[in-house]
Design a protein around this ligand. Structure first.
Ligand SMILES: [Zn+2]
Length: 370
């Protein structure tokens, strides 16, 4: 079959070409256009349709940089299938972070909604965030068989690449129905029938994709599905989703290069580009992953040597929260588990509830390689 051109948003892409443009998603009060940037690499040969989406949360923009760098390494003339990139899915949330020096905020400042709680979006009687999600769902996600959803450690933390696959639980159909009541998004109950065969096939594909991503740690989750999250909506719509995190603090470090390798691994795994995924010497899949947050505020001073990838033991001191004036120690932050530091705080000022670390619990390993 000959490949045909794709028209999306305000542009058309021929097979073997790269296209850049925007999805139109409405007009603001002062008639500023709401537009969402899109990059499409339309392969010359047949293959899957993959969506790479980042920055649903504006304080987590590093996925956009990983996608940008990875896609510069892909030649559409040699690509099988099509890659749809939504690197800045929630533009206002990165543009308006409170001050000129902040790194964005979690919600859309236009209506204060979390764009990862409104899928598949709505057009009528809908908030702006829901309308934006609707446009992305109709124009991009509905064309795809696979999704990678990028998050990062926020402005406060650095983070190794890590895959957070969310699989379907055995009782998926009833648990999906139970989570549709928060008043935004989630109106579509899915285009596939969730049978035991569907659950098994979907979970196997998610697991394979998570391993191929090539992060040293994979956090396997199979709790109830929230269909208002983009990954949850994909799960009930027949699109294989993978949630990942990589990088943070708004800084360029080695985690960005690692994230690029992981992204290209997904394209290799799906047969879209040549080569085998580049995997680290050792990979662990864990059931328990601690997102450790502070109880109190102050200045956070990390213990020397607490680096990404460090193996820690239960009770090991990671850092202290001190009173910035009196030097009094307000909180000793100790690892609650034996594990591996996947993300750690790099920002000193800290409010209660601030991220201290992500720690993969090495006593909860359910699969490993190497
Ligand atoms: Zn996020």
């Amino acid at each position: 079959m000959t490949r045909t051109s794709i028209t999306i948003g305000n542009f058309t892409v021929e097979p073997g070409q790269r296209g850049l443009g925007y999805l139109h998603a409405g007009m603001l009060a002062g008639r500023t256009e709401v537009r969402i940037p899109v990059q499409v690499l339309h392969g010359a040969a047949d293959g899957p349709n993959l969506c790479l989406e980042s920055t649903l949360h504006g304080w987590e923009p590093m996925g956009a940089e990983i996608i940008r760098r990875a896609m510069l390494q892909v030649d559409p003339a040699r690509l099988r299938g099509t890659v749809y990139c939504l690197p800045i899915a929630n533009p206002f949330s990165i543009e308006f972070g409170g001050t000129v020096e902040s790194s964005g905020q979690r919600v859309n400042p236009a209506d204060l909604l979390d764009m990862n709680r409104v899928w598949p979006g709505k057009l009528e009687n809908a908030w702006l965030t829901e309308q934006m999600a609707h446009v992305m769902w109709q124009e991009v996600l509905s064309r795809c068989q696979y999704l990678v959803d990028y998050h990062d450690g926020t402005g406060a933390c650095d983070e190794l690449p890590v895959a957070f696959p969310h699989a379907l639980p055995a009782d998926a159909h009833s648990s999906v129905q139970a989570t549709l009541a928060d008043g935004v998004g989630g109106a579509d109950t899915g285009r596939v029938e969730i049978t035991p065969e569907y659950i098994a096939s979907m979970n196997e594909q998610i697991r394979a994709m998570a391993i191929a991503f090539g992060s040293s740690v994979i956090w396997w989750r199979d709790g109830p599905v929230n269909p208002a999250m983009i990954s949850g909506q994909c799960l009930i719509q027949g699109i294989v989703p993978l949630v990942v995190e990589a990088g943070g603090g708004g800084i360029i470090d080695e985690t960005i290069d690692q994230g690029v390798v992981c992204t290209l691994n997904i394209l290799k795994h799906l047969g879209m580009i040549e080569g085998q995924p580049e995997l680290p010497p050792r990979q662990l899949m864990v059931k328990n992953y601690v997102v450790y947050r502070s109880r109190t505020g102050g200045f956070y001073l990390q213990e020397p040597g607490v680096k990404l990838g460090l193996e820690v033991t239960t009770g090991q001191l990671l850092g202290r929260v001190i009173d910035p004036v009196t030097s009094e120690v307000q909180e000793e932050c100790r690892s609650p588990v034996n594990g591996i530091i996947i993300s750690r705080r790099i920002r000193m000022p800290l409010n209660p509830g601030g991220y201290i670390a992500h720690i993969a619990d090495s006593d909860s390993v359910i699969w490993q390689r190497g």
